[in-house]
Design a protein around this ligand. Structure first.
Ligand SMILES: NC(=O)c1ccc[n+]([C@@H]2O[C@H](COP(=O)([O-])OP(=O)(O)OC[C@H]3O[C@@H](n4cnc5c(N)ncnc54)[C@H](OP(=O)(O)O)[C@@H]3O)[C@@H](O)[C@H]2O)c1
Length: 337
């Protein structure tokens, strides 16, 4: 079968190559899936650059964590799926519910091959049915970015109608945060470096928008917009370069979901300003299969449509990576098989 892999020692997109691999065979608890779509996350750029959690890729690894397809064969012991089911793999392997006691492997980073291949075998434990109203491309956006935003705002955040959510930037996680916040009846403030993207965010339902390039003190603008109170939730994808501002923008009792590293990992943001606001920072790392299934129910009931910026053909996978790297997208970049 055809696949794209990150080659061992890769330091960037040039380390991604098209390859032939044996078609996987189904295990007793496995489902063989003919893949139909995949989506990219910022994390996939880090994997290719050798800067993801495990560092340099030490073995050739099939790329990408997020993919959907159709079940074409099931193992003898499989009970959760049937041939013909439309499914997505979960980002993490063997994380069904609660919090795992040890780190789990994630698809598309060693030691786990990913989904940018014509066929993938998932253990039935590590897959979910996708919402019926979504195309394969739309559903391929959910496993990492969608579940992360859901985990941050709903599973941990306990977001309620009438609360205020601040989302930073208009990438995959942040646009899902905007959509989930609206679904839950919250007020949304979103930032971007682009006025054009902010107009798209308003069309999607954002109540307030701030250009963080032209308004570098955006935390002050957040305080003005919230009459000096601050926001109940921050979807913090920026990392150390934005964290101090996020802490300055949070309301008494507010929650900062620490998710991203877009501005880097090392800095000197002091956490003490959280104390007099009784507010907190929680680390978020994608989510469990239970969270994914809860999210899918909400997506289905609310007929939510993930935002696809651009779809590339399977053969154009490397171009999709380059497009993602340029940061021109609003929402998600997908690959159609
Ligand atoms: N912990 C987890 O479980 C988890 C899960 C998913 C993602 N992440 C992390 O979350 C971050 C976002 O991931 P993603 O896949 O959503 O990325 P993405 O789709 O590539 O989004 C990137 C966008 O972030 C915005 N941005 C960049 N620098 C910014 C800054 N200084 N302030 C505010 N916004 C900024 C830009 O938006 P504009 O173009 O609008 O300016 C950019 O387009 C990454 O660091 C990723 O590694 C973590």
């Amino acid at each position: 079968m055809r696949a794209f892999e990150i080659s061992a020692g890769s330091t960037g997109i040039d380390g991604i190559r098209s390859t032939e691999r044996p078609t996987p065979t189904v295990t007793p608890t496995g489902i063989l899936v003919r893949m139909r779509a995949a989506s990219l996350n910022f994390r996939d750029l880090m994997v290719a650059a050798g800067r993801y959690a495990g560092g340099t890729v030490v073995q050739d690894t099939i790329a990408l964590s997020d993919g959907t397809g159709e079940v074409i064969e099931v193992g003898a012991a499989v009970t959760r799926f049937r041939v013909g089911d439309r499914v997505a793999g979960t980002f993490f392997q063997d994380w069904v519910s609660g919090l795992p006691s040890t780190p789990r492997a994630s698809l598309g980073a060693p030691p786990a091959d990913g989904v940018l291949a014509e066929y993938v075998v998932f253990d039935e434990r590590d897959a979910v049915h996708i919402p019926a109203h979504l195309s394969f491309e739309e559903a391929a956006t959910l496993p990492c970015a969608g579940v992360t935003a859901w985990h941050a705002l709903v599973s941990v955040g306990q977001l309620r109608a009438g609360q205020t959510v601040l989302a930073l930037g208009t990438g995959g996680v942040s646009v899902f945060a905007l959509q989930i916040a609206r679904m839950c009846g919250a007020e949304v403030i979103i930032t971007s470096s682009s006025d054009e993207k902010l107009a798209r965010a308003r069309a999607l339902g954002a109540h307030h928008t701030i250009n963080y390039r032209t308004t570098p003190d955006w935390e002050r603008e957040v305080m003005t917009l919230t009459q000096g109170r601050g926001v109940d939730h921050v979807v913090e994808v920026g990392g150390v370069g934005t964290l101090a501002k996020s802490m300055a923008a949070v309301a008494p009792g507010g929650k900062i979901a620490l998710i991203g590293v877009l501005t880097g990992r090392v800095g000197d943001a002091s956490p003490y300003m959280l104390m007099p606001r009784w507010s907190s920072i929680t680390g978020i790392f994608v989510g469990s299969r239970d969270m994914f299934e809860d999210f899918n129910r909400a997506v289905a009931i609310n007929q939510m449509q993930p935002v696809i910026d651009r779809a590339f053909a399977f053969d154009e996978a490397i171009e999709a990576y380059r497009y993602m790297e340029r940061g021109e997208h609003f929402g998600k970049v997908v690959i159609r098989f």
